[in-house]
Write a protein that binds this ligand. Structure first.
Ligand code: UDP
Length: 247
């Protein structure tokens, strides 16, 4: 069933994975908010993961459109309103990803924490679990549905609720480093860390609220690069390096 996954891989026992992608990961090289070729590639990557037996939930950020904290810092709009706009941005991204997945033959449905029943299903835990059990990919939109949070927190929250084995966070770098690898050539990538080690070494894996929830829920976090070809399956099968933070 595991297809491409090596027996030695720490993910061998994982079945249900929540993949978190930032909105920026969907952007085109010319700065347009969505890259359609990239979406096709992402959909075929997720298709490969589902064919290998993984159940996949996705949380897509909205940073390619709006980040509420940055927008409200300008002073003319309050934070909750700007965050509402940010959450709406995540719905737009999620609908694009859902469409690309369906076109690739992967049954997918968007479920939004912010209710908009004429556009997509409203998120509820039991129906989401049911979709996953039926082999559908759930694209979880609208973040947590509350201002002052990020989609990293939404990813960990949903992963805990939906009994995911891990959150796979695809980022700009291929793991968690001892220092910023762009600034310090001596920075080393960790293969494996515990949550407590990450905190003790002050390593930035996710924002503080998200990481605290992951630690409390004993949820594993896999950090790898979004830039690797077929990044999700490459991180899962170990062809692309990563760091696993596990209890
Ligand atoms: N957001 C929010 N509540 C949430 C999740 C997201 O208010 O639970 C808003 C917030 O304004 C945030 C924006 O949506 O800046 C986009 O999400 P995020 O910054 O996490 O996107 P990413 O950086 O992953 O692309």
């Amino acid at each position: 069933m595991r297809g491409f996954i090596k027996e030695s891989s720490p993910v061998t026992k994982f079945r249900r994975i929540l993949v978190k992608l930032s909105g920026e990961a969907l952007m085109a090289p010319d700065g347009y908010w969505l890259d359609s070729e990239l979406l096709v590639g992402l959909a075929s990557d997720i298709a490969k993961a589902t064919q290998a037996g993984f159940e996949i939930a996705l949380v897509i950020g909205g940073g390619n459109i709006i980040r509420g904290a940055r927008m409200s810092a300008a002073g003319w709009i309050d934070r909750p309103t700007a965050d509402s706009m940010g959450m709406l941005g995540t719905v737009m991204n999620s609908l694009a990803v859902e469409t690309a997945l369906n076109a690739a033959g992967v049954p997918a449905r968007t479920m939004s924490a912010v209710s908009m029943p004429t556009i997509c299903e409203t998120y509820a835990r039991q129906p989401a679990l049911h979709h996953l059990e039926k082999g559908q990919v759930v694209v979880l939109a609208g973040g947590t549905g509350n201002p002052y949070f990020t989609t990293d927190t939404a990813a960990v929250l949903r992963a805990a609720e939906l009994r995911c084995d891990a959150v796979l966070k695809a980022t700009q770098v291929d793991g968690v480093y001892s220092a910023d690898p762009k600034k310090d050539p001596g920075a080393v990538r960790y293969e494996r860390l515990t949550h407590d080690e990450a905190i003790a070494r002050d390593l930035k894996v996710m924002d503080t609220a998200a990481f605290a929830l992951a630690r409390e829920s004993r949820l594993s976090i896999i950090v790898g690069s979004v830039h690797a070809p077929s990044s999700v399956t490459a991180i899962l099968d170990g062809t692309s390096p990563s760091t696993i933070v596990a209890p």
